[in-house]
Design a protein around this ligand. Sequence first.
Ligand code: HEC
Length: 136
Amino acid sequence: MMIRKSTLAALGASFILGLAVTVPAHAEAVRDTAKWDREYKASVDRGDGLFHGGIKSTNEVACVQCHPEGSNTHAETYPKYQKQLGKVSQLWEMVNWCVENPLESKAIAADSADMVDLVAYMSNIRKGMKLAPGKY
Ligand code: HEC
């Protein structure tokens, strides 16, 4: 196939233009990911606080008393069948089972910032674990 000089020139020009656009875009991406990391860490930290007594509880019970350092929360196994709920459940549903039962408190809205932070905290503890949905 013949490639015309003008086609080559056009390709070269678009490559150079592409570079000009890509370099600042890359710098932007680095700034973005730094922000995403910061925001994620802040969410995990807020979840940590909630887990360690930050949830209003009528009986002064905190998650950490039964789950030291987030133990036995098994984020990587969700969704899965949970016998307490009698159905396949998400992690936040089990959080609310514990909020309503051991903590004798009011369920936290699934789409609230607090629930996102709690799930972030419990998932972060299991970072690197193989996903094992359905595992009990
Ligand atoms: C009085 C003890 C107690 C407290 C306090 C407690 N939990 Fe639990 N938690 C349990 C028990 C018991 C289970 C059920 C274990 C099972 O069968 O999976 C459980 C299960 C869970 C599970 C599911 C674990 C799994 O293996 O799938 C999560 C998630 C969880 N709790 C989160 C929390 C959070 C968040 C709090 C605080 C809001 C909390 N728990 C407070 C006793 C407690």
